[in-house]
Design a protein around this ligand. Structure first.
Ligand code: ATP
Ligand code: MG
Length: 453
């Protein structure tokens, strides 16, 4: 059932002919058994890296010394790059991050024993078939993430594996085997030693997974080591007619209810985080949250800064969190005004439609229908505005800051205010977006007003 691409077969055969044993391993074998395409093929080989380099270069292939300390070199064969790693077993991980030493071993079975989960600890080559000493194939059939060897020890060696387990669960929809999950909980404190970049990488893969919602719910006690903000959401009963789930389960459904791209998924994760902090009950026992979107913003900012996202990405996610509950009727004026507030970022507005739709999907089905329809209408209106090339940013106005200054508006913040006022007037249809009309509007309504003050 497994088929290796030509380039990979050629590389295995070059190493084989030179007297070395080479296998496709890890993610490729897992994904092949799952019938999924795999982007990179890792190769485990009995040769030391210097021998791999010599043999491959003699066959006319280019190589890069990408990780020779751990026995890895990259070989370019045809159009593909392959990481070829010497069979190895990892020594102690004193810092919970890197093996302090690696020792090279002689068999593929020993190499597979250092790998994290049974589904990732299989090897394959065309003439010998599958090597699966830990029952990875059976675990694929069961749909289970199971640590190779003693779970406690494996997570203590490298805490990143805790997040990898949650991530594979989100990608594959698999349950984490109970002893494995126990080992994750016992060692989750060690995640503080893992760099923010690596944590973020795994969390993002988790969030983009087709089963992200289930993984958030199922792994919340492990994930709380890197996202302690989830704890207050778990079990927080909203007590409103619109919600039948607690804040965490609602959030999980919203994450699954938006398409899998980072902007929408991160905004979905954060959108209601402020709720527990601004909840109150009225005399009828109904729950209310005043301004929860605004309360979610600083919480989300704190998390994203900790996870070292770029400021540009943080700003866009926060705009979605801040605006997710704003009432925007699906008419061109309202949509353009919201677009102006989003800095004319049409992609961000489309993400807002996705978030509003996902948010509605995560609510009680009794109320979600009209809200889903409204999000669809908003998106259609947006598309019409884009197609008609209408003005919704200060930049698209027929006059600019310099023109406004020439007409007599004082230099400084007044310029920006005048342009914003002009844009509102254009959106409201009070004035056409033509230079003479706008100039007259400035003289009459901007400068005229300040004279009359
Ligand atoms: P994908 O590439 O789809 O994210 P993958 O399983 O290929 O998933 P990689 O990070 O590419 O993940 O790692 C390749 C292989 O190396 C894994 O399948 C696993 O066997 C092993 N591996 C990776 N990271 C670890 C780790 N932290 N501990 C133990 N083994 C690991
Ligand atoms: Mg991989």
């Amino acid at each position: 059932r497994i088929e290796l691409p030509e380039d990979a077969l050629a590389l295995l055969s070059i190493l084989d002919t030179a007297g070395f044993e080479a296998w496709a391993v890890g993610g490729f074998v897992r994904d092949a058994l799952l019938g999924r395409a795999c982007s990179d093929i890792d190769i485990a080989c009995s040769a030391m890296w210097a021998d791999t380099k010599r043999v491959c270069e003699r066959a006319g292939l280019r190589t890069h010394e990408t990780g020779v300390a751990h026995g890895t070199i990259t070989v370019i064969c045809g159009d593909s790059a392959f990481e070829v790693t010497t069979f190895r077993s990892d020594g102690q991980y004193k810092d919970g991050r890197h093996p302090d030493s690696v020792s090279f071993v002689s068999s593929i079975e020993e190499d597979l024993a250092r790998r994290d989960f049974t589904i990732n600890a299989m090897a394959w080559r065309p003439d010998r078939g599958l090597v699966d000493p830990f029952g990875g194939k059976a675990d694929i059939e069961l749909g289970v993430i199971r640590a190779v060897g003693d779970p406690h020890q494996r997570f203590a060696e490298d805490a990143l594996r805790i997040l990898r387990a949650c991530r594979f669960s989100a990608e594959l929809g698999y349950a984490i085997e109970p002893c494995t999950y126990q080992g994750m909980l016992e060692n989750k404190g060690l995640l503080s030693k893992i760099s923010a970049e690596r944590v973020t990488h795994e969390l993002q893969k988790l969030l983009l997974g087709p089963h992200a919602g289930d993984a958030l719910l199922g792994c919340v006690d492990a994930l709380s080591a890197v996202l302690p903000e989830l704890v207050a959401m778990k079990g927080f009963d909203q007590q409103t007619p619109y919600h039948i789930f607690d804040v965490l389960e609602h959030t999980a459904r919203v994450v699954d209810g938006v398409p899998p791209y980072p902007l929408a998924r991160w905004a979905a994760l954060f959108h209601d985080m402020g709720k527990p902090a601004c909840f109150f009950k009225d005399e009828h026992g109904t729950g209310h949250f005043y301004g929860h979107a605004a309360v979610s913003v600083p919480i989300a900012r704190g998390i994203m800064q900790r996870l070292t996202f770029s400021n540009a990405f943080i700003d866009r996610v926060l705009a979605l969190v801040r605006r997710h509950d704003d009432v925007v009727p699906a008419n061109p004026k309202a949509v353009k005004r919201m677009l102006a507030r989003l800095g004319g970022d049409t992609e961000l507005f489309a993400a807002l439609c996705d978030l509003k739709r996902g948010d509605a999907r995560g609510q009680s089905p009794k109320f979600s229908g009209p809200r889903i329809a409204l999000a669809d209408d908003l998106q259609r209106t947006l598309e019409e505005i884009i197609a008609a090339d209408e003005a919704f940013t200060v930049k698209s106005l027929a006059i600019n800051g310099r023109d406004v200054m020439r007409l007599g508006v004082a230099q400084g913040p007044e310029i920006g205010e005048a342009l914003a006022q002009l844009l509102d007037a254009v959106i409201d249809g009070e004035v056409a977006n033509l230079a003479p009309d706008l100039e007259e509007y400035v003289l009459r309504n901007v400068i005229g007003k300040s004279f009359s003050k």
